[in-house]
Design a protein around this ligand. Structure first.
Ligand code: AKG
Ligand code: FE2
Length: 308
């Protein structure tokens, strides 16, 4: 009885903590936290100098965007009202897509990282380094933005496949790289650890159940897409909160952004091999075959067809 109580207290305590572990730690250690909590902060993915370099690459593009740019852009496509779109994407938030082509350092050190590829493959079905890039997007929350509703990433896309429940395979991993120091007041992502294991996915939790993923610039919130989360409110007077979100799905899934049509094969030739695969410029394997058998041109591996 006493033991059962102690066990319960321990599990409640672990439900409250968002564990932190250095980037580069053994895959099994990261995977076991993600299995249990659904989310973990990987510390020191980039150094402060590397974060500055990525921000220098992004700055001219970010400053040219108006606040709330996604709401109006997306509503013109979905035909839902701008107000509805903004309820999800914010009115004082900026989104910048296609970041794989915006910053060489991000592309090579983050997308091209073998540690990251191994961590993803430990949770998401598919061989390391072959997962489809599902999103590569800056989310910058400005002062005065309110909290985003709690949600599960990709749930609309994957629910029809019967995957939006605790028992199914993981369908998406998201990695939010902090490009500023992130405090709770600046709008740290709110997370409910353990919510990927809830029996009822129609329960979206409450803000009281969330904890803020505070981070130093260069850290990364790495989570299973089934974990309930949402961007936090920015209650500061003058501090912008910037993350670069990199999401991955099954190797054969088409993501939100049409990668192969935004960069040329000439340009892609200078990218790391792993990034070429993520962007759909290499044939795909389900079990690590090289070259892969799927996504071929008349049975020819795509990389041969494109002469990469
Ligand atoms: O900006 C954040 O902290 C999270 C954003 C998010 O979860 C989303 O847009 O799907
Ligand atoms: Fe999200």
């Amino acid at each position: 009885m006493e033991q059962a109580q102690r066990q319960m207290e321990r599990s409640e305590a672990s439900a409250l903590a968002l564990e932190r572990i250095p980037f580069g730690s053994p895959v099994a250690d990261v995977a076991s936290i993600v299995r249990r909590a659904g989310a973990v902060v990987l510390t020191g993915v980039l150094t402060p100098d590397e974060v500055d370099a990525v921000n220098r690459d992004l700055e001219p593009l970010m400053s040219a965007l108006p606040l709330g740019n996604f709401g109006s852009e997306v509503s013109s496509v979905t035909k839902r009202s701008e107000a509805d779109e903004r309820a999800y994407s914010g009115s004082r938030t900026k989104h910048l897509q296609h970041c794989y082509m915006r910053s060489k350092l991000y592309r090579e050190k983050v997308l091209g990282s073998s540690h990251l590829a191994d961590y993803v493959a430990a949770t998401l079905p598919g061989a390391a380094g072959t997962h489809a890039l599902y999103a590569s997007i800056v989310i910058e929350i400005s002062p005065g933005e309110s909290a985003q509703g709690l949600h599960r990433d990709g749930e609309n896309y994957f629910a029809p496949l019967g995957l939006n429940n605790a028992d199914s395979v993981c369908y998406l991993i998201n990695c939010l790289l902090a490009l500023t120091d992130i405090t709770e007041e600046m709008g740290a992502t709110r997370v409910i650890p353990g919510s990927h294991l809830w029996r009822d996915f129609s329960n979206f939790g409450t803000s009281q159940q969330t904890i803020p993923a505070t981070m130093n610039a260069g850290d990364m919130l790495f989570y299973n897409g089934k974990v309930l989360h949402g961007g936090g409110a920015n209650t500061t007077a003058d501090k912008r909160r910037r993350v670069l979100a990199t999401a991955f799905s099954f190797p054969f899934v088409m993501g939100e952004e049409a990668w192969p049509f935004t960069v040329s094969a000439e340009e892609v030739r200078t990218y790391p091999r792993q990034v070429q695969s993520m962007l759909g410029f290499r044939s795909k394997s389900h079990h690590g075959e090289d070259p892969g058998f799927f996504w071929r041109v008349n049975t020819r591996p795509l990389e041969k067809h494109l002469d990469l």
